[in-house]
Design a protein around this ligand. Structure first.
Ligand code: ARG
Length: 292
């Protein structure tokens, strides 16, 4: 890890102007991460709570499990540590570990799910955090963890509009002591912030502009003038549901345009197939909670 001489400015692209992807790649440093994942043992489409889901559609649990395992192996191969929480029968969306809470500095704001179908996951994740040394700091408001809260350097970007309530953004700032920037989501296909925006490193994001309200889009442009702007075909395969370690960007293999865009910025795209889990509206990021 290289020391940063001065505090990084959000949105700045490191390296001299006119740098080639190769030049930029030399600046991209992977920071080893700790992730929490949950195997899709009980994955099913028993209900539909987002625009991607059709209740009663068939899912292939064996295939979902193989795809999930490949994602887990990808993280391990990149040098990251993966912790696993035991899946609970009757909680088919528990595989989407990102929603379990927001973990910062050894503290966690556990999720409070909006839909009755997922409410039961909250206490299960909370108990895992407590038993593994993370201090739970509870908000009484609806919030869905890293589905709607994304840490960018010292800041937290927070989505609202479909799931996490705005009041929970205030609570995240008060409880965790990180500046929280509210972003309003307007397209039901992009119901969680992590379906519309990916954090690539401490100062770089990629996002899909039509997912945001006009004011939130203006705020994003101000904060991240050099952001990677995703195109519709990539957004429509949940390409922004990506996990970056600062150098490698793990993203859905169907998001080929986005992979090329991040590669042009010197990141290393790592495509994975999570097509079975996409039937529930999830991708690599949804399956991954970072433990900070
Ligand atoms: N079926 C789940 C839901 O609608 C998918 C959650 C995906 N997770 C995420 N971080 N976007 O709640």
């Amino acid at each position: 890890m290289t020391a940063t001489p001065s505090a990084p400015r959000l949105g700045r692209v490191p390296g001299p102007a006119g740098a080639t992807p190769d030049d930029l790649r030399r600046h991209r440093t992977a920071r080893p991460r700790r992730y929490l994942m949950c195997p899709p043992e009980h994955f099913a489409l028993d209900y539909a709570i987002n625009a991607w889901m059709t209740a009663g559609d068939a899912v292939d649990v064996v295939r979902a499990t193989a795809q999930w395992q490949a994602l887990r192996d990808t993280y391990t191969a990149l040098g990251h540590e993966v912790h696993v929480i035991d899946p609970v029968p009757g909680l088919p969306d528990m595989v989407f570990a990102a929603n379990g809470g927001l973990v910062v500095d050894g503290q966690v704001m556990p999720a409070r799910f909006r839909h009755a179908e997922r409410v039961g996951e909250g206490p299960v994740y909370r108990e895992w955090f407590r038993r593994n040394g993370f201090t739970p700091l509870d908000s009484p408001h609806v919030s869905e963890g890293e589905g709607d809260f994304l840490v960018v350097g010292r800041y937290v970007l927070a989505g609202t509009g479909f799931r996490t309530h705005h009041e929970a953004h205030d609570d995240a700032q008060e409880l965790l002591g990180r500046p929280v920037v509210t972003l309003r989501l307007v397209d039901p296909r992009f119901y969680h912030l992590d379906t519309a925006l990916a954090v690539l490193d401490d100062e770089t994001v990629a996002y899909y502009p039509p997912a945001f309200s006009p004011g939130s889009l203006a705020a994003l442009r101000l904060l991240f003038p050099d952001a990677v702007v995703a195109a519709e075909p990539d957004a429509m395969v949940l390409g922004l549901n990506a996990v970056s370690d600062g150098r490698h960007v793990v993203l859905p293999d169907t998001a080929t345009g986005l992979a090329a865009q991040v590669a042009a910025r010197g990141f290393v795209p790592v495509p994975v197939d999570l097509s079975e889990l996409r039937k529930a509206g999830g991708g690599p990021k949804c399956c991954t909670l970072e433990l900070r």
